[in-house]
Design a protein around this ligand. Sequence first.
Ligand SMILES: [Zn+2]
Length: 428
Amino acid sequence: MGEAQVRAAELYSLASGRGKLTLGSLPVRGKISTASANAAVTDSAAAGTAMASGYKTNNGVLGMDPSRTKNLTSIAETARDRGMKVGIVTSSFLNDATPAAFYAHQPSRTDYYEIGEQLINSGFDYFAGGGISRRKGRKENLRDLYELAEEKGYRVLNTRNEILAAKPGTKIIAAAAAGALPYEMDRPAESPSLAEITKRGIEILDNPNGFFLMVEGGKMDWACHLNDAASLVHDMAAFDEAVKAALFFARRRPEETLIVVLADHETGGMSIGEGITAAELFPVLSAQKESSESFTGKVDRFRKVPQQTFEKMLPLITDSFGLHSLPERELDELRTAFAQSMLPKEQRKRDREYLRRYGPYEPLSVTATRILNRKAGITWTTFGHSGADVPVFAHGAKSAIFAGEYDNTEIAGKILSVISEASEQKNE
Ligand SMILES: [Zn+2]
């Protein structure tokens, strides 16, 4: 979530009638640099570790120093050890890098089974979002992590109704999907929203000793990897609803609640150009009816049917992206991408030009969203992360210390100083 993501979401939100972003009402503004120990452009493991522990590490490493020998304590673990309750919420899967940076210590972010084991051994009170990915591991005879979690005293809940009815008292793993939660624009009614699982978390964690809750709008990053601005602005709105839920709680405890909204890095090198106004951006982006990922499901099904033609595909593109009466140049771009997308994946010639155009993604989906995004005045420079600084928004107790420009490693110390002061006041 860089500045352009915030701005695009704000323009969309205003034009849609939803109003200004709630996060924009947080009174304190800051800005953080995000480079990792070994790269100008960080990944989520290194950035999560920096924010959670206050130390830089190499890309790919979770909760350990760059030599991968020393564990780095996270602020969530410190909060737990001081008797506070702890919750971790994400729209991604629960053992993805950002949530894991708060409870895991692993040489590699892809050691999903081991990260899942550390999740259930963390003793944290509330995990909610998607599921634990690869919970049965890759080897034979590994035990299902949900079974192990139940033995450790967790209740594993899967449906929206179960999750929203959960009461304080037991530790909870609310795994509302097998992998990540759906994109907000594809979300079916039976899948809980990020705000719902955040609100439930606040109610479950609230107690006289206080709590620490980390909430990640993880699919915003995924949308930007796909250069899919429509999915982004919907997931930003969903995240903003979670901020609203936090503010609602903070208003009842203004003296003792701190809310910090920030990003681990920017994704996509997004920019808004060409003198676009909200009135111009909205009709273009709102014509997109499903995420790029969901459209890719259609492309996959289309590929399996023999004798498919671009002419038969075109109405599907129009349905999903509202792209009609395109100039020949853009039709050509789509035709070229269609030809690649109809090839079985192993037959595609992934040369430099292919990767520059489509990255690791489905050529037709990427091309359709990029054409749509261009019409909305939005361009992207990469399918990966960028080295841009990212914004910080803060509200409430001691929030003034989050103003100004600093490094992402300073976040942990600032939050710890607020926790320490609060616990001293409690002990007086
Ligand atoms: Zn990412």
